[in-house]
Design a protein. Sequence first.
Length: 529
Amino acid sequence: MRTLLLILIGALCALSFAPGPLPASLLSVLNLLCLAFLARLVLQARSSRRAAADGWGFGTGLFGVGLYWLYISMHDYGNMPAALAGLAVFVLAALLALYPALACSLTRLLAGADPLRRPMTAAFVWAACWTGAEWLRGTVLTGFPWLNAAYAHVDSPYAGWAPVLGSYGVAFMAALSAAALALLTLPAEPRYGQRNGSTRKLSPLLIVFPVLLTGWWSLSNRWAEPYGAPLQVRLVQGNIDQGVKFNPETLASTLAHHQQLSLNPFPATPPELIVLPETIVPAFQNQIDPALWDDWRMLARYTGATVILGAPLLDPASGEYANSVIGIDRDTSHEALLAGRPDMRYDKRHLVPFGEFVPPGFRWLVDSMRIPLGDFTRGTTAQAPFPLKGQYLAPNICYEDVFGNELLPALQPDAATGTPGATILVNVSNLGWFGDSWALRQHLQIARMRALETARPMLRATNTGVTAAIDDGGVVIGQLPVYEAGVLDAQIQGMTGLTPYARWADRPVLILCGLILVLALLARLRRRD
């Protein structure tokens, strides 16, 4: 019964990661209450094994409901039988739940059976264990940090910690606050006396107020400075059905559809940048009619804008291919496009396991199941931003923006060329595989967190949604309705300067968590002696 209750609480927590069923104003509160409920049970668990079971139940509910949209991809588009697709989602949720299980077990082990004896220690141990488990989930086996607790707090004061400590720092502060709430609800221990017991329970709340005040201050602080003139941009959402998108017979018509959208009546100030979604060219550059590339070159010349779009690019000499973003302007040559070597090119670095590459040791499984998967080539870490009108654009593709630390190299100034690093982030995605599900809105929350961490605006051009323009404070300044073809025109100001997180990445919060856990372990060993 206890495990079932925690599965339900985890499922409820899944509602906190994007507006939809609940308004944005309630997401942070719901997430804190669910984490506090779990923390209370864990801190009172009779053993670390019981605490692990609590964490596993919570995690299974969280990931089973929060990632339900994977069922749509496997069943509706992958033609997997409904029962098998449902089982696959459950198995994945059960495996991901091992991370909160680890956090809960370690918390109980290090905090001891009497959290009110050292309530401040218990609160910090819980926060360190939870954050450490989140980091492991985002790192091990290429990582999958979707539903990081931080994303529930994009519209709360906790978001102010993003430019300082990143998303894991936000998760730490939220978990610390949840532990303080949990300790507040624990029954008083008679041996401490009524007054002393109440003081012990209240003491962790003394940490919460500085956390919130610092977050508020950070949100009001400008972590970067405007760079150059604002850029007029147009973001294109094609809304192409997945069954049509990759059909060779409809390739020309889908490209014409995107070109027509790109040429929709312009606002008073014409766009200087037109961004289109991931893989709008769904074939290698030398497999399509060369005249189609000329159409894009002519569009760039006619509008005077730089066109950014997604396409897989093949190196004919080596046979290697990449999931790429290219920039086309009035000077881009026909030959460069056919060769897959335009001056502005970005190759995806963080590939999707089993979608874009086969993990080492699993080729036998793929071969036995006769799954037609190839291996895309990973892009290098150092890829130059796209220069445009005095701004520098750093593209990323699909779920690459889930990995905040991997966006940071593009922000670093280049002393050799004197360029300031990326001033604007650009994400191109195709989430059409997941239908009109929570995945679209969850991904928007993730993009907002990246803008907060880096103090850079984020442009999102997607096939089915959510196409949006986000400013350097993580505020959505414009977005398109999902599953509707259209364009979003916006003016974006590039930014320069490095936030503390952009300078030091996840190192400070990991050092903090490691220090807390080491001190807690030493204290436990002393108690045993």
